[in-house]
Write a protein that binds this ligand. Structure first.
Ligand SMILES: Cc1ncc(COP(=O)(O)O)c(C=O)c1O
Length: 417
């Protein structure tokens, strides 16, 4: 049967028509506290277009079956669409093949998989380098691995602007380094890290380069070959896809020599009483019944983003953040964290007002932002704060919404004057 839901993709290339795009997102039509929703919590999770919602519904209504095992039409159709998702994801980040793409639950699981499966390559006193701006997902797995295996965890410092400090990069990545694991874009500071350059330094020192792409894959074209990343992790739910699907890209020779993370059904080729041969890539890392509907949803999200063009998404997001930075600078008592040149994330505090109070007043105006430590407690301690407020933008956001946000911030100042 025809395996695609019969919806129309937006035809917005080469320029983005944001008003048209907004019509594809049912949730953007709703009100919050009787005000139009302004959704600025995209770094936490993005909203979903109806193309994604319908692709998932279409699967459950029309060809729901388990994959790789059922010799019946439904099973074959489900397998075809699931495997298509591997291929589309590979193309999306310019990987060589579907074999480089392991589906996981999210970025967190992808990074945990690595910390677990790379253990065999490490010995006591080896060094792992992360940075001060890492999300806990790219921090705690390495920290715990270091504790268990007697490794040293080192931190690249950030400079006063919120960029990685160049001297600290040079100082920390040495011949003792076995793994460098860095975020591509900071979910707090919006900093766009020079991962291509750092990968080169890592490789010159014989280390592997792991990239946490959770905030980059949704917002910019990613080319894993150009970056020369050994591994690249990201989540479907931050890039218009459903929750429950994450990606781990890995170079084939590395994935091949790594030990599986989970054992069980489908990740095997042959099981005997005395031993097991593992399956080919990527299935060696995909044990048990996988997140089939979610992979199909991710595939639809990638179709949607490709149709718009990631260059256009990036341009839109960067223009929006530039506009917002300009507007925010006029607000009394505001302190913005991170560099001027950044991706679509702005963390800030407003005088002595607690970030949670800021978020609550904004919510009453229909503006959804996040407040807290953003899963970056070590970074908060470097910034000398317990929490920040954070607005984060995506392809369906507009300058008009930023104006609403700015007015709402002025209201916060009036409420707490
Ligand atoms: C930079 C970064 N890394 C990792 C994660 C974890 O993503 P997930 O919760 O989808 O595993 C996030 C989520 O906010 C993030 O922003």
């Amino acid at each position: 049967m025809e395996l695609n839901a019969t919806f129309k993709m937006p035809s917005t290339k080469p320029l983005m028509d944001v008003e048209q795009i907004r019509k594809n997102f049912p949730i953007l039509q709703r009100k919050v506290h009787n005000k139009p929703l302004v959704y600025f919590d995209n770094a936490a999770t993005s909203q979903k277009p109806k193309q994604v919602i319908e692709a998932i519904g279409f699967y459950y209504k029309n060809y729901n079956a388990n994959i790789h095992r059922s010799i019946h039409e439904l099973g074959e159709e489900a397998t075809e669409k699931y495997e298509e998702a591997h291929k589309k994801t590979a193309d999306f980040i310019n990987a060589d093949s579907y074999q480089n793409i392991v589906f996981t639950k999210n970025t967190t699981e992808s990074l945990n998989l690595l910390a677990y499966s790379l253990t065999a390559k490490l010995k006591k006193n080896d060094e792992i380098v992360v940075s001060q701006m890492e999300h806990h997902s790219n921090f705690v797995p390495w920290q715990q691995l270091a504790k268990q295996r007697g490794l040293r965890l080192k931190f690249i410092e950030i400079d006063k602007d919120g960029n990685l400090d160049k001297n600290s990069i040079k100082k920390n990545i040495t011949k003792k380094t076995k793994i460098v694991s860095l975020t591509h874009i900071s979910n707090v500071l919006g900093t766009i890290n020079p991962v291509e350059k750092i990968a080169k330094i890592a490789h010159e020192n014989g280390a592997l380069m792991v990239v946490d792409g959770a905030q980059a894959a949704p917002h910019m074209p990613v080319d894993v070959k150009k970056l020369d990343a050994d591994f690249y992790a990201f989540s479907g739910h931050k890039m218009l896809g459903p929750t429950g699907i994450g990606v781990l890209y890995g170079k084939k020779e590395l994935l091949e020599e790594m030990q599986p993370f989970l054992y069980g059904g489908e990740m095997i080729r042959e099981v005997r009483f005395d031993d097991t041969k593992f399956n080919d890539l990527p299935w060696k890392f995909e044990a048990g019944t996988m997140n089939i509907a979610e992979a199909i949803g991710l595939s639809a999200a990638i179709d949607y983003l490709n149709k718009i063009g990631m260059d256009n998404v990036q341009k839109h997001d960067r223009e929006l953040v530039e506009y917002a930075m300009g507007q925010l600078k006029g607000i009394d008592g505001i302190k913005i964290y991170g560099p001027d040149e950044r991706d679509a994330v702005i963390s800030f505090n407003l005088g002595n007002i607690h970030a949670h109070d800021v978020a609550q007043v904004l919510d009453s105006e229909g503006v959804a932002i996040r407040a807290g430590h953003h899963c970056c407690m070590p970074l908060m301690s470097v910034l000398g704060v317990a929490a920040t407020a954070r607005a984060s933008f995506y392809l369906y956001n507009t300058e008009k919404e930023i104006d609403v946000f700015v007015n709402a911030l002025n209201k916060v100042n009036r409420v707490f004057a």
